[in-house]
Design a protein around this ligand. Structure first.
Ligand code: FE2
Length: 447
């Protein structure tokens, strides 16, 4: 039997095969985005994403150039080939890069696996390592992040370095993973052209260190408007089905991974780390005019799922729960009646529930008063790993219940999670460009 070190070393030797010359691909002239125009994509690059994962199965996605016929091989620590299924996704576009979605089952918890993608055209082989995820382990460190904008990417490398150094077991990526629409699209209140948005997906995957790191980290993702390439988008988005397919082909979360219970749109729930965790879809059914936020189907699904588990709850929404500012979208602001229905479902449960949100380009821990759900709880907002910054805009007084705040590039970690039937306790650490403890608090929800 080989040790982990041995395994990494031996498989690593395969990566020493010399690289061929790199090619470059330019975006079409008509692309309206100045920044996007300057993008070049080396053809021999491959991006890797590990999506939803449980103890024995995982979903991986790779992005490769269309000219190549990738040879995918997966090995365990004994150099035994591991079977998998791979599907080349077809989005109906003439794309420079294509996505393969890979599913593996029957894996062993705690072991390393290597995925090798060889590319005969460029005589190259890329190797990445991955593991499955122990969902029963309460000692898990969750990195909670949102909003990674390639147009505001100054702190990108620093922030990803900080992310890797914080050694999370899993990432909860809460919306705006990809900024698919340009500022002009936002200004003109229109969706981006699908072809342009797809190029931004490629750029993001090829340029973000997160998707080229050696050791993959499972990502559980919810989406937000920029992932759909349409600022403040809702049910009227003409291409929303296309984006649902695209987003979930890359940031996978479906019930092939048995721990995942799929809901309407992109929503899903999992039981993990002593919690029942919901990742809601706040875009596919949202209707600003009709004051719909999650939509009745998703609400009904939530109520059914909530009743299935006695575990305390963590509810992940890409937009904020409470109405703090007239500028930001929020559940309370956009759909007051539906918000009341959502809150009473939580109140009726009498199980400790924590709210986790993103979107607003600041991070905070906000006290949610007893009058809302019958016990004191919190809304934890983690936003803008790198994008525009709210600065001091979202800062409120501690007497307003905001017990921690940071308005510049950051993400938070959720650590030392302790749960039982009546309580949730965890440590929340905010990591910025300048400090690994930008704020640091222990919270406890007690019913
Ligand atoms: Fe954002």
């Amino acid at each position: 039997m080989y040790s982990r070190r041995h395994f990494l070393k031996l498989t690593g030797l395969l990566g020493l095969i010399p690289l061929a010359a790199r090619g470059q691909i330019e975006l079409p002239e008509e692309d309206n985005d100045q920044h996007a125009k300057s993008m070049v994509f080396p053809e021999d690059r491959i991006a890797f994403v590990q999506g939803a994962t449980d103890a024995h199965s995982t979903l991986l996605s790779i992005l490769v150039h269309k000219k190549t016929q990738p040879n995918i091989k997966i090995m365990d620590m004994f150099f035994q080939t591991v079977p998998f299924t791979a599907v080349r996704k077809n989005f109906g576009l003439d794309e420079d890069f294509v996505v393969y979605q890979i599913f593996l089952d029957g894996l062993r918890l705690g072991e390393d696996y290597a995925i090798m993608v060889s590319d005969p055209l460029y005589s190259d082989v890329k190797i990445r390592y991955f593991r499955t995820l122990d969902l029963n382990n309460k000692n898990t460190k969750i990195a909670l992040l949102s909003c990674t904008n390639h147009r505001n990417a100054g702190p990108k490398s620093t922030m990803f370095r900080k992310l890797f150094r914080s050694q999370p077991d899993v990432i909860f990526y809460n919306g705006d993973l990809v900024y698919g629409n340009s500022s002009l699209d936002t200004y003109l209140n229109r969706p981006a052209k699908i072809q342009d948005a797809y190029k931004i997906y490629i750029k993001t995957l090829l340029e973000f260190e997160l998707y080229s790191q050696k050791n993959l980290i499972p990502i559980f993702a919810a989406w937000d408007d920029h992932d759909l390439a349409y600022n403040n988008s809702d049910v009227t988005h003409p291409y929303k089905d296309f984006y649902l397919d695209l987003f979930r082909s890359i940031f996978s979360a479906d019930s092939r991974v048995k721990a995942v219970s799929q809901g309407p749109g992109s929503s899903f729930s999992i039981e993990a780390f002593g919690l029942q965790i919901f990742f809601f879809d706040t875009r596919f059914f949202k209707n600003k005019k009709k004051e719909i936020f999650l939509g009745q189907n998703q609400l009904d699904w939530m109520k059914k799922e909530l009743a299935k588990s006695a575990l305390p709850k963590m509810l992940v929404l890409s937009q904020q729960l409470l109405y703090y500012s007239f500028i930001a979208e929020s559940y309370e602001r956009n759909a007051r009646k539906e918000f009341n229905e959502f809150i009473s479902a939580i109140k009726n449960l009498q199980q400790p529930t924590l709210f986790v949100t993103g979107d607003v380009h600041y991070s905070q821990i906000q006290h949610v008063s007893e009058s809302l759900v019958g016990y004191k709880t919190y809304e934890i907002t983690s936003s803008a790993m790198f994008s525009g910054s709210a600065g001091r805009f979202g800062k409120r007084k501690e007497s307003d219940g905001q017990i921690a705040y940071y308005g510049y590039p950051n993400f938070v970690t959720l650590e030392q999670i302790k749960t039982d039937a009546d309580s949730i306790e965890m440590h929340i650490n905010c990591i910025s460009e300048y400090s690994d403890k930008q704020f640091s608090k222990t919270i406890k929800v007690d019913i």
